[in-house]
Write a protein of this length. Structure first.
Length: 341
């Protein structure tokens, strides 16, 4: 098994390089960028400040100034050379500097990381610690009123995208009923609070609606996956044989069927690491949550290439590490798996 995971770790390097090369090339080939954004801003300022500017003049900068700006942002180099420079900085844990805010990308990500960790952690624990027992109970009560009614709600939630649910929740519970705030991670009461519990109450009050949107898709998927896997194992021959030999039904489910039902879920367990980092772009935009998702969305819209590449690099590493963790989880749950043997 050790040799298998060593090979997997070695494969992380070319996979990471492939992902970052692809995204880096796309950022350089798409239209727009920091130079074009600055030219547009200066053009708008010139149009507002001077009525003598010619109608046909589409640039407020000379060719030499544009060349200097491209050199300043590192856009004057070929794509491959620029990528090698970026990779060299990354090896020294330098994610570069934002072309929009002129701040270190690492500091910008670190500033918003606690928000994403909070929502990612809450989403992870609520999803697994509620959906797995719920799927277990639904499988045992298959065909009952509880199973049918909960399945209807689960499928409705699965069919609706999280950002659509977010708009509905804000419209109903924030705008009309005024039960919850319109958005944000914390409110003014957080900064005026003097105790930990008052601050925690304000954070949770703001987090109720966004968490519903985060949970609705993954909750439905995990619940139905758990139920279907358990029902499939309950109908298997080895369960019927165990019961026929005198093992109580509940014991057969807990000791045999449950463990085998967790194998498909364990194969995706490591990918949950992305919960702790990215969140959901559109959900954070709708609720104005200043996390990594909103930062990534704004960076893409503003063509802030260093921030985009910094977030992509971290997400790629988390995804690759998550795949290895998933393999470890499968090996721990399924004794038949012997990697490398």
């Amino acid at each position: 098994m050790l040799s298998y995971f060593l090979r997997r770790l070695l494969l992380v390097i070319p996979t990471f390089l492939g992902i970052t090369i692809l995204i880096f090339g796309i950022t350089r080939l798409v239209p727009g960028g920091p130079v074009e954004r600055m030219m547009t801003q200066m053009q708008a300022q010139g149009d507002a400040g001077s009525s003598l500017q010619r109608a046909g003049d589409s640039s407020a900068l000379s060719d030499d100034q544009i060349a200097e700006l491209k050199a300043f942002y590192g856009l004057d180099k070929p794509v491959l050379e620029a990528y090698v420079d970026w990779l060299g900085k990354l090896a020294n844990f330098d994610l570069g500097e934002s072309t929009r805010y002129y701040e270190p990308v690492a500091d910008m990500i670190a500033e918003r990381l606690p928000v994403s960790l909070f929502y990612g952690g809450m989403t992870f624990f609520i999803s697994y610690f509620i959906s797995l027992p719920l799927g277990y109970y639904k499988a045992l009560k298959h065909g009952s009123v509880f199973d049918s009614s909960s399945s209807v709600l689960i499928f409705i939630g699965f069919a609706l995208p999280g950002y659509v649910v977010g708009v509905l929740l804000i419209t109903l519970f924030s705008y009309h009923l005024e039960w919850f705030p319109m958005g944000g991670f914390v409110g003014d009461a957080y900064y005026d609070a003097t105790s930990f519990w008052e601050r925690a109450k304000d954070v949770m009050w703001h987090a109720v609606l966004p968490l519903i949107c985060y949970l609705i898709g993954d909750f439905a998927t995990l619940t139905m996956t758990m139920k279907n896997n358990l029902m499939e194992n309950l109908s298997a021959d080895y369960i019927r044989t165990a019961i026929a030999k005198g093992l109580p039904f509940r014991s057969a489910v807990r000791k045999h069927a449950l463990r085998n039902s967790l194998i498909p879920i364990a194969s995706h367990f490591g990918n949950s690491l992305l919960f702790f980092m990215t969140g959901a772009f559109l959900i954070e935009v709708i609720f104005n949550i200043n996390g990594i998702g909103l930062l990534g969305y704004e960076s893409i819209m503003e063509r802030d290439y260093p921030v985009v590449m910094g977030i992509v690099a971290i997400n790629a590493l988390l995804l690759l590490a998550g795949n290895i963790i998933s393999d470890i989880c499968v090996a721990l749950i399924d004794p038949r798996v012997k990697f490398g043997s």
